[in-house]
Write a protein that binds this ligand. Structure first.
Ligand SMILES: [Ca+2]
Length: 168
């Protein structure tokens, strides 16, 4: 009997873990959890805050990597739900003009979703990338390089919890 109850306990624990791969207010997609901020921050502060928030869950969080159309679509849907017209993602060309890297993994971007005329490095001062909705100017949740110092809402990502993580 005891064994049965132990098994049941373990099973319900596992079930709870499976259904709580992401904390409240985070959205689960594939192997990641995404969080759309309510506050506006510079790019640097956005990245810092993602890291700080991630530590609250004992995980490593960063600004979001958007490296395929499906992820872009998922984030677009989230932005539509909260009526957002702009969010920093983890892409920048701070080190070498025109070469864009993701902050979370250091990789150069391969999937790109630039809006019209972007990236244009306007005034020679735009090195941080945001997803933008601005229909009159042709931005349909497409990307723009912006000045890194302009406070904007932002999207964090962190790895979703799984059973392997917890048992391993
Ligand atoms: Ca731009």
């Amino acid at each position: 009997m005891t064994t049965v109850w132990t098994k049941l306990l373990v099973l319900s624990f596992v079930a709870a873990v499976v259904f709580c791969a992401c904390p409240n207010n985070w959205s689960h997609y594939e192997d990641k959890c995404f969080f759309l901020s309510r506050d506006n921050e510079t790019f640097a502060d956005s990245l810092k805050l993602c890291e700080v928030i991630g530590r609250q869950y004992g995980r490593s969080a960063s600004l979001a990597t958007v490296d395929d159309a499906k992820t872009q679509e998922f984030l677009t849907d989230l932005m539509i739900k909260i009526n957002s017209d702009g969010m920093y993602i983890g892409l920048n060309d701070l080190v070498e003009e025109g070469t864009f890297h993701w902050v979370a993994n250091g990789r150069q971007a391969t999937y790109l979703n630039w809006g019209p005329g972007q990236p244009n490095n306007r005034w020679g001062n735009e090195n941080c990338v945001a997803i933008r909705f601005d229909a009159p100017n042709g931005f349909n949740y497409s990307w723009t390089d912006d000045p890194c110092t302009v406070p904007t809402t932002y999207i964090c990502e962190m790895v979703a919890a799984n059973i392997g993580n917890l048992l391993g």
